[in-house]
Design a protein around this ligand. Sequence first.
Ligand SMILES: *Cc1c(COP(=O)(O)O)cnc(C)c1O
Length: 402
Amino acid sequence: MYPREIPPTAGLPLRAGDLLPRAVPSLLEAMAAQLQSPELLLTCSGTAAFSIALAALRERAPTRDVVVVPAYTCPLIAIAVHRLGLRLRVCDLAPDTFDMDRAALDASCREDTLAVVPTHLAGLVADTDGALRAASRCGAAVIEDAAQALGARESGRSVGLRGDAGFFSLAAGKGLSIFEGGLLVARDPGLQASMERIAGTLAPRSFAWELRRSAEVLGLAALYRPALFAFAHGNAMRAAIRHGDWEWALGDVFPADIPMHAVGRWRRMLGANAARRWPALLAQRRALARTRCARLARLQGLQVFGTGPDDEASWPFLLLRMPDRHRRDQALARLLPLRLGASRLFAHALPDYAYLAGRVPRTPTPHATDFAERTLTLSNSPWLREDQFETICNVLERSLQG
Ligand SMILES: *Cc1c(COP(=O)(O)O)cnc(C)c1O
């Protein structure tokens, strides 16, 4: 059966067998082995992992309260910083990348800076070197946001392991998913121990949350399959876009409070079962991205974001930039009705979200604003057929011509 709708990201479908107990390594053992990482901590979301890392770092440096983040990132990052009573400093992007501008980053890092957050957007490898250098100059820590990059490697080594801490998201749509979850790692065993202790108090067991997440992951398991996916996602998204509300359509509007609770045993087991298929999906995503990026590279005027020769992205989707906003909007207007998984990443640069006023300083970040206005994403789902991808390329070509 062909899909009625292609999901915008290539998630790992769950199977009925995942719902049953089996003698497999635990989720944390399996992922630490796949990532070749030190001991991992399982959290109820990527945002919770980030919050726990910040809280642990803050204990070590109580006089520092500023967190430096790229101006184009997930709104949850800003909400988490505010929620902990810390201050956000947004750093503009360098032209032509999603990385923080190195000069702007150096200027953002001061004696008040607790942490710098290089962000591996779109499963691509970010400029961790620049962040490590700027942070070490001012004595700040580095937290690698690898929420979208589970499986990405820098010179053969998983991302997330070079900073003081790193985290991955197990949310629906990001790849391996238990509906909501996160993996947190620290380089230093002392920091790891603090994070574990803080998680115990900040994120206690909650029967109500676990019940809700268990129902949601069952829904995901039932609907994240080719024949049913339209009902799960696409229709609500298009309705929001018809009302001009990209923030809602992209799921960028989050409540002010961040759920903090432990992950229950059944969902951990489900994740452990699914984790066995994760390396195969990663390999498939890499192979698909290789041919799809090569095809896209033939389109004049289109920037296709990729990795350096020593790095391997995890390719949840493909990130593209058009020459201007008008052509980007035109391409999306043509692509959305086709239901082939074209979308956008975050609607705005952080300072441009009206609902985040008061939590994000209104620093002008022109490159990040421009990035939000000119980028779009294509699905890297294995459900997308070659002829459908060719249709997308033709639409892009027509839109690029203006
Ligand atoms: C999704 C995301 C997060 C938050 O992860 P959740 O698991 O959804 O809480 C943080 N940073 C980036 C870049 C993300 O894409």
